[in-house]
Structures are given as structure tokens and as C-alpha cells.
Design a binder for this molecule. Sequence first.
Ligand code: BGC
Length: 370
Amino acid sequence: MNKRFTTGIAAGALILSLTACGGSRGGGDAAGEGGSNEGAKIGVAMPTQQSERWIADGENVKSQLEELGYEVDLQYANDDIPTQVSQIENMINGGVKALVVASIDGTTLTSVLDTAESQDIPVIAYDRLINGSETVDYYTTFDNFEVGVQQATSLLIGLGVLDEEGNETGEEGPFNVELFAGSPDDNNATFFWDGAMETLQPYLDSGVLNVPSGQTEFEQAAILRWLPDTAQDRMEDLLTVGGGARIDGVLSPYDGLSIGIISALTSGGYSPDDLPVVTGQDAEVGSVKSMIAGEQYSTIFKDVRELGGQAVTMVDALMKGEEPEVNDTETYDNGEKIVPSYLLESEIVTVDNYEEVLVDSGYYTADELK
Ligand code: BGC
């Protein structure tokens, strides 16, 4: 839809090189005092290896940092908060000069980040905002609100309410849809939900869309820790709660949840070739295969090579005593400060464009998707 493109243009036009308010730490001091940060050790904390995207994120950041000559301590925390806290503590004790952190729960790192601050170690929040802490210097992510808009837009396209260009077709339904949200402790989840609901609300209001369960609040739709099994259980419940009405579409904010949702639908009597329109996010291999097989309808592709590259560019600038480039200084308020951010763009993928977007770009080989 048009908004998608306007956001892109706005982001492009707004590339700002900012002097971070209050002074950024790390690079300035360490590099400026004659101490070189060449070959410095960088800590990279990732949430989980249960999802392919985070494995790819970790590998991308590590390899790109290594190409620039940095040493990397990459750790995964198995979605366990105390593990992530102690991994970051160990990184600090192990002498890292900067931290790149994709948090599990964005509110749990305040104390360990205070330690980082006391040692002048700059912190970059990676993909997920770290909340409630002054000591987050920069943030790089995708335009998360826009991801939600894209998810809802693809749901509407799949239902036939919008055409491929995002224009209304005049189709009035009514269509039965159920709604899922991500983990309530992940700051991104609310952005995805808000973007999606802003897009769906007019159709809910006009009766083109109907939610048989009546569960339209974030708290009702949220899936703690983004767990596929929890989504599967909730979808099973929704099939009963909704009084057995046929479901035409499901807003799912992440491919892992979509897989659980599709399992619940098939075991609940939907045949694989007559499934509701189910959305997703991350273009994980299992879901792309599911789209090719005609099951999942769409996903949102976020090129984590670009995200990794952006984080590495930020680290490198800080290590050289320079100010990283950002393109958003308004959106990401973490409760203590507005964190200067660099936002990237995402893209809707369906069976119609997956080859061009995912294979031709070298993100996956054709063989990986067989
Ligand atoms: C990421 C999504 C991902 C989700 C579950 C979010 O923070 O932005 O890309 O689907 O976590 O891992």
C-alpha cells in the first residue's frame, strides 16, 4: 500500500548524521586516547538458536565483524533471561570493547548494562529495543510498525479485500479472522500489532472482517516468548471458542507461530489445500517451503544480512571514535531516552515473488527450499 512506499521515502530522506545527545561512549574515549581499537573484542548476545533467523543474525554479525579484523564473542541464551545476563557479564569481564545485544526481555538488562557503562563500553540494541536503560547508545532494526502494516496488508490481499497493489477490490466478505501477537516482553511485538491493527481496524469496523472469538486485544493475542506450541494450543482453543465458524484468515506475526497455527488448523479439520490465509514473518526455510506447498500464504522478509551489516557499521564507527549514522531519532523511546536508530525496510513475500526476493538475491539457494 502507499503508506509502505511513503515510509520508505521518508526513511531515505531522513538520513541524518547525529551527534548523540549526552555523548556516546566507548569509541570516542577509547579510540581518542591513543589506544587503538583495531582487532578489539566485540560481544554479540543473541536470544535463541530455536529460530533460524537468529542463527543467521549471529553468523552475519560475527563474520562481518571478523572481516573488519575484530575478534567476536558470540553467545546464544536459549531464551533464558538469567543466561543472557550472565553471558553479557562474562563478555564485559572478558574485555569486550562494545556490545551488540538482541534481548530476550528488553527490560531485564539494566543492571548489567550499568556495568558496561561504568567501563565505557558502548551498547547497540540489535533488532529488539532494550527498555528502561539509559545506557543503550544506538539501535538498529527494521521499521517494525511497517512490518505489522505489511502483515495485515498481505492478509487483506490473501482474502481478496485488497489487490496486489493494495487497492480495495470492493470485496465485502464478511471474512472470519483470528489474530495473534508476539511476545509481550519483546518491544517489537507491540509495534507489529499496532501496525497490523491500524490497517485492519477499518475493515473490522465496517464488518468486512469479523473475529469469531472476539479476542481483539493485544493481551489476548500475545504469545509469550514467541513459542510455536503456545500458538498451536491457542489456535486449537480458538477453533472451539469461535463456535466452529469457518476461519478465513489468521494474522500471525512470526513464521514459527504460523507453523503451530497451521498444525492446529489441519488437525482441526482444515485440509492442507483449503487452509485459511495465514501470514508470518522472517522468511524462515520451513515457512517458505510451506508457502511453496500452498499452506502458509505470506511472510515478511527482513534481510538480516543488511541488519548485521548495519550493526557492524555502527560498531566500527564507534571503535574509530566516529558517530554512527542514524535515520530515526523519534520513534524508539525506551522509557529513559529516545534511542537514535537506523531502520531498515522489509518486504512482503508470497509464492509469487519468493524466487526473485529470496533466491535471486542469494539469501537462500533454490536447493535449500526444495
Ligand atoms: C523479531 C522478529 C521475530 C521475532 C521472533 C522479533 O523481535 O523482530 O523478526 O520474528 O522476534 O523471533
